[in-house]
Design a protein around this ligand. Sequence first.
Ligand SMILES: Cc1cc2nc3c(=O)[nH]c(=O)nc-3n(C[C@H](O)[C@H](O)[C@H](O)COP(=O)(O)O)c2cc1C
Length: 181
Amino acid sequence: MLNDLFQEAWKSLNTALSENEHAFKNCSLATQNEKSGVKQRIVILRGITANNNLLFYTDLRANKIKQLKENSKSSALFYDPKNKLQVIFNGIVHIHTDSEQWEINRNNIDGNAVNNYNSFMAPGKPIKDPFSIKRTKKIHFGVLEFVPKRIEILKLRTDYNHLRARFRLVDGEWKKTYLVP
Ligand SMILES: Cc1cc2nc3c(=O)[nH]c(=O)nc-3n(C[C@H](O)[C@H](O)[C@H](O)COP(=O)(O)O)c2cc1C
């Protein structure tokens, strides 16, 4: 049963990679540093590596990058209302700027998606006119590789026998337990 829950979460995450409308396509990614405190924002799940790390894309000048450089600890929250499934990851984030991982994912960006990474001014800067953003040839594209260390899964059930479980990575193995929901 514990394993089924774990499998269900990973299956949903993998399904979301190919189904744009899947609820797990987006998650809330939280970061924290001294200056900005805790911040969270929606990001799109772009990939899952062979060793089950989560991949996200971002502009390297974004505030989340500043935070992650100071503190690589992060949390990613997914919720699928259709299946009443909540998955909360805690882990650390590696920032890829020119690795092989970066190269592979850079090649996936096509069309207008490049506009997510090529504004002349850095994301988050105040501007007067949102319809005349100056763009450059340089792209500030980065890949975030989220390495899960702890996963908490909550499955709500109509009979109120909700299932809550925690999975902790200890010496390369997932230690698992149910929790009181
Ligand atoms: C549906 C949706 C998807 C988004 N996807 C991403 C994404 O994949 N990467 C990203 O950096 N920002 C994405 N954003 C924008 C972020 O939520 C956020 O506004 C931006 O990254 C700036 O965050 P920061 O200043 O905390 O770094 C998305 C926003 C929405 C509403």
